[in-house]
Ligand binder design. Structure first.
Ligand SMILES: *[C@@H]1O[C@H](CO)[C@@H](O)[C@H](O)[C@H]1NC(C)=O
Ligand SMILES: *[C@@H]1O[C@H](CO)[C@@H](O)[C@H](O)[C@H]1NC(C)=O
Ligand SMILES: *[C@@H]1O[C@H](CO)[C@@H](O)[C@H](O)[C@H]1NC(C)=O
Ligand SMILES: *[C@@H]1O[C@H](CO)[C@@H](O)[C@H](O)[C@H]1NC(C)=O
Ligand SMILES: *[C@@H]1O[C@H](CO)[C@@H](O)[C@H](O)[C@H]1NC(C)=O
Ligand SMILES: *[C@@H]1O[C@H](CO)[C@@H](O)[C@H](O)[C@H]1NC(C)=O
Ligand SMILES: *[C@@H]1O[C@H](CO)[C@@H](O)[C@H](O)[C@H]1NC(C)=O
Ligand SMILES: *[C@@H]1O[C@H](CO)[C@@H](O)[C@H](O)[C@H]1NC(C)=O
Ligand SMILES: *[C@@H]1O[C@H](CO)[C@@H](O)[C@H](O)[C@H]1NC(C)=O
Ligand SMILES: *[C@@H]1O[C@H](CO)[C@@H](O)[C@H](O)[C@H]1NC(C)=O
Ligand SMILES: *[C@@H]1O[C@H](CO)[C@@H](O)[C@H](O)[C@H]1NC(C)=O
Length: 792
């Protein structure tokens, strides 16, 4: 027993010993600090290597910690980094009641050590951490717990925490990239504003499976000897070492810092301080050597060239820098072609410029195999097409803006850029026919007429061009803004459900004229709400269980509060007696069924993999993240809609709650859709979330193979039932049969097939939960070989 206590107390004792103010100078209550022009001003650590206080930033001062004595002081931590710098009249004040406050000139008081209790002393330690102590001299706040862009020896980046790069070397506010210590054990860097999906990441430690080894979370650590590593668990099992410790040299002090630099590369620096006071900074490890590997280093519509340290950003042909002095901030079209459908084609024409060995990220919205010349024409004739890539016999069309562009000898694609606006010379000729007749009538008058008409038309043309450039500009700004909003889908967005009158909706849909589709709950109509000129989809419910108005409204509100990137949003509803209508956001790009079963619109493999994950996330939300569990009951490709950005969104959710008398009762009315509904529907047994898992499995297999679950027009009878055919191919190791000659990533194909087969098991207990489905699809956990979906 005693030894157990001893072990338990040991770490506390150590902390206590290290915290002893024997060496560290204590900063007592009532202390204060003011900035000084031209130099940093702070409380130094005993070694004098670190200091905490005001350092100059822009035209003012920020509060932070820096490494003293280096040529330009190296800032390692900044408090409230995104606040504007304070003026020279600001004051840092350690108040009598133990709070550390920044008092600004304007008189506001900003806490530097958020969340700490009252302290009695503070100290700047030699490790580079600033700490606050309580009466017992235990540390109650430590700057090491809040890393900004730098780790020092002894500091960790915990699981589910991230470091955000600085704006630039001289501006320490949040910049353009982040490095996340993910919960799955992977250390990954992304451009800021990306949704954290693997397509956006540009560097990772590749340790996502490590969390399977034990149940503890992974953390990134730097020790004082300069070892940088990932470890996991109580025993600190080392998972990956980026750099080993080096022997400390006797005559020098070496400080290590691991900084996620403004250019998006994670680097380990050493600072060697000689005994005579001089210091030397050097890079001892870095995550990437090629700057062009950093996604988002060059902004929209530009590309990165020159591998290595001297990377440069160039605009795509036909584009110009948004800010010529900051070439990394992207480019915009010189003349915009987005409105090509609306413009008078006689006045404007486009050509195509090619750029070899150039590629970019993002998903094409269209792919087809053809010749290169055809690809140019194909893009020219399509108003949506801003640029195309021609790669290995296929033409990929993209909308603007394009991201992550780079030129690289290994890239086999040729970029086809559309956009150069040319004025056709004939446009300036005065309109011919009616004038010619007048010329014959009266010479002089006609001259004046011709002159005024041509001057007038030139003026008119100029006006048209000016107005259209303005609109084009507006449109572009709008679409850029839209893009960043999409990426940044705020989950905190305030949400209110509108209530509509029946008349209003009848008017909005023009008397329910344009039917978009018909489901088992009723028909859906297109409409426009006059109040805000918003295009919506209005659903007229037909088979809803008779329910009191209050209950219906309560139910609607509950559904209305579900808010997820992969669910179609309910905007409002109408209840008038037996008339019940729902108003949804309108999904312009049709349903998943179009993308899978219509050969013309079929999307490429990567897009389908993404859609499968998005669908899974939407269902996970319904099953596990809503206030009360929602079973969808009718997952099928027709109910999965695509928004403007081609994000998959589930529609028609929440109806099970309206339709079923109780949560897990025997269902009376509706039975899903043949082909997608789980076997338990036909056995009148209890329905649970596992019914959705079954339908998801069917849809997943359809996504893989781009065909329906039951198809009679096939070459052999074995292929009629999709799940049996897929299982046969998996057993025979012939998965390539499933995708024909499409280029797919084999690993993800195998994962999707195995997951799909687990989901369509007859026994609901065998089907995995949605959470596990996602882990398996992402490749985080291994997938056991599935049993046959149809038991013998
Ligand atoms: C701080 O100053 C106040 C008066 O200004 C004084 O009463 C108090 O004792 C001081 N506290 C410390 C710890 O010096
Ligand atoms: C630092 O960068 C941010 C973000 O771009 C900017 O808002 C701020 O004004 C900059 N601060 C200084 C001192 O230049
Ligand atoms: C300080 O230590 C004493 C005894 O160890 C304890 O009773 C007291 O609660 C501690 N105070 C704080 C603020 O932790
Ligand atoms: C990220 O999003 C914010 C807010 O939407 C925006 O102000 C910022 O410019 C975006 N940054 C990038 C790099 O797109
Ligand atoms: C660190 O040292 C270990 C054992 O000496 C070695 O296996 C490993 O490769 C080294 N790692 C690095 C990044 O140098
Ligand atoms: C360290 O300093 C001592 C004298 O101060 C000197 O004799 C010795 O050579 C130095 N060692 C190294 C490794 O520089
Ligand atoms: C300090 O010593 C190093 C080598 O030990 C030498 O290179 C450097 O010039 C010296 N600096 C000063 C300021 O004396
Ligand atoms: C700093 O250290 C690096 C690596 O050890 C060395 O190449 C460089 O010459 C040193 N610079 C100075 C000024 O001492
Ligand atoms: C497209 O038109 C622009 C502007 O007239 C011209 O500079 C460019 O060379 C043309 N490109 C091709 C490939 O003809
Ligand atoms: C290009 O396509 C052909 C046939 O479609 C295929 O055999 C080949 O592997 C592809 N090449 C690359 C580099 O993808
Ligand atoms: C091109 O590919 C070769 C071999 O696959 C690789 O060694 C090289 O680093 C690649 N070059 C670039 C710029 O990616």
């Amino acid at each position: 027993m005693a030894s157990v206590w001893f072990v338990f107390f040991l770490p506390l004792l150590c902390v206590g010993v290290r915290a002893q103010p024997e060496k560290a100078k204590l900063i007592s209550l009532n202390s204060s600090l003011s900035p000084k022009y031209g130099s940093p001003m702070g409380w130094a650590s005993p070694s004098g290597l670190f200091a905490f206080g005001f350092y100059p930033q822009g035209s003012g001062f920020s509060v932070g910690i820096w490494l003293v004595g280096t040529d330009e002081n190296t800032v390692v931590w900044t408090a409230n980094r995104d606040d504007p710098p304070a003026s020279a009249n600001a004051k840092l004040y350690f108040t009598e009641d133990g709070k550390l406050l920044l008092q600004t000139e304007e008189g506001s008081e900003i806490s530097i050590t958020d969340g700490s209790g009252p302290a009695v002393a503070a100290s700047m330690l030699d490790s580079g951490s600033f700490v606050l102590y309580d009466q017992n001299l235990s540390v109650i706040w430590n700057s090491f717990s809040y890393p900004t862009d730098t780790l020092l020896g002894g500091q960790n980046l915990d699981s589910n925490k991230k470091m955000v790069s600085s704006e630039s070397r001289s501006n320490h506010s949040s910049g353009w990239f982040f490095l996340a210590m993910q919960g799955d054990g992977n250390l990954v860097s992304y451009p800021v504003n990306s949704s954290g999906e693997s397509d956006d990441s540009y560097w990772s430690s590749g340790t996502s499976s490590a969390s399977r080894l034990n149940f503890y979370s992974t953390q990134l650590s730097l020790n004082t000897e300069g070892a940088l590593y990932l470890s996991s668990g109580m025993s600190s099992l080392i998972i990956q070492t980026f750099r080993n410790s080096s022997n400390p040299s006797k005559n020098k002090t070496t400080i290590y810092r691991a900084t996620f630099d403004p250019d998006g590369i994670f680097r380990l620096y050493s600072h060697r301080f000689e005994n005579n006071g001089s210091s030397n900074e050097s890079i001892v490890w870095s995550s990437l050597s090629d700057q062009c590997d950093v996604k988002g280093f060059c902004g929209f519509n530009s590309y990165c060239s020159n591998p290595g340290a001297k990377a440069e950003c160039h605009c795509l042909p036909g584009f110009a820098f948004n800010n010529p002095s900051e070439k990394i901030r992207g480019c915009s079209r010189i003349f915009n072609g987005d409105d090509c459908s609306k413009m008078n084609n006689q006045l404007i024409s486009y050509n195509i410029t090619t750029l070899e060995n150039t590629g970019w990220g993002d998903y094409p919205y269209y792919k087809k195999s053809m010749k290169m010349e055809e690809c140019s024409k194909f893009c020219l004739d399509d108003c949506n097409c801003g640029a195309a890539l021609y790669r290995n016999g296929s033409c990929y069309k993209y909308k603007l803006p394009v991201r992550y562009g780079r030129i690289n000898r290994n890239e086999t694609a040729t970029a086809l850029l559309k956009g150069h606006l040319q004025r056709v010379k004939s446009a300036y000729r005065p309109p011919p026919a009616p004038m010619n007749t007048e010329v014959k009538i009266d010479g002089k008058k006609t001259l004046i007429l011709v002159l005024s008409l041509s001057l007038g038309s030139i003026a008119f043309l100029c006006l048209v061009i000016a107005i259209s450039s303005f609109w084009v500009y507006r449109h572009q700004v709008w679409s850029y803004r839209q893009l960043s909003e999409e990426v940044n889908l705020g989950s905190t967005e305030e949400f209110t459900l509108q209530s509509f009158s029946y008349d209003e909706l009848e008017k909005a849909t023009d008397g329910f004229r344009e039917e978009l589709g018909r489901g088992c709950y009723g028909a859906v109509y297109k409409g426009t709400i006059e109040r805000d000129n918003k295009v919506v989809a209005v659903k007229r419910l037909e088979k809803v269980v008779e329910q009191g108005e209050k209950e219906f409204q309560a139910e609607m509100t509950a559904i209305g509060q579900t808010h997820h990137r992969n669910l179609v949003r309910l905007l409002g509803f109408c209840i008038e007696g037996s008339k019940k209508l729902l108003v949804y956001e309108f999904m312009r790009n049709g349903s998943l069924a179009d993308l899978l079963f219509n050969a013309e619109k079929r999307s490429i493999w990567k897009v389908r993999v993404r859609i499968a994950l998005e669908l899974a996330r939407g269902i996970l939300y319904l099953h596990e993240e809503c206030e009360s569990q929602i079973v969808h009951c009718d997952i099928k490709p027709q109910n999965i809609l695509m928004d403007d950005a081609w994000t998959a969104k589930i529609s028609d959710f929440g109806f099970s709650k309206l339709l079923m008398p109780n949560q897990e009762g025997i269902v009376t009315g509706i039975r899903g859709t043949a082909g997608y509904s789980a076997p338990e529907w036909h056995k009148n047994t209890l329905i649970s979330v596992k019914a959705d898992i079954y339908s998801f499995g069917v849809v997943l297999l359809e996504i893989v193979c781009c065909r329906r679950s039951i198809e009679v027009k096939v070459s052999t009878a074995d292929e009629i039932i999709l799940s049996s055919w897929v299982y046969g191919c998996l057993v025979a190791r012939e998965l390539d049969k499933l995708v024909g000659d499409e280029q797919v990533e084999f690993k993800s194909l195998e994962r999707m097939v195995k997951v799909g087969l687990w989901c369509v098991q007859d026994d609901p207990a065998l089907r995995p939960s949605m959470k596990n489905v996602i882990l398996m699809l992402e490749g985080t956990v291994d997938i056991p070989f599935p049993p046959s979906p149809t038991p013998l």
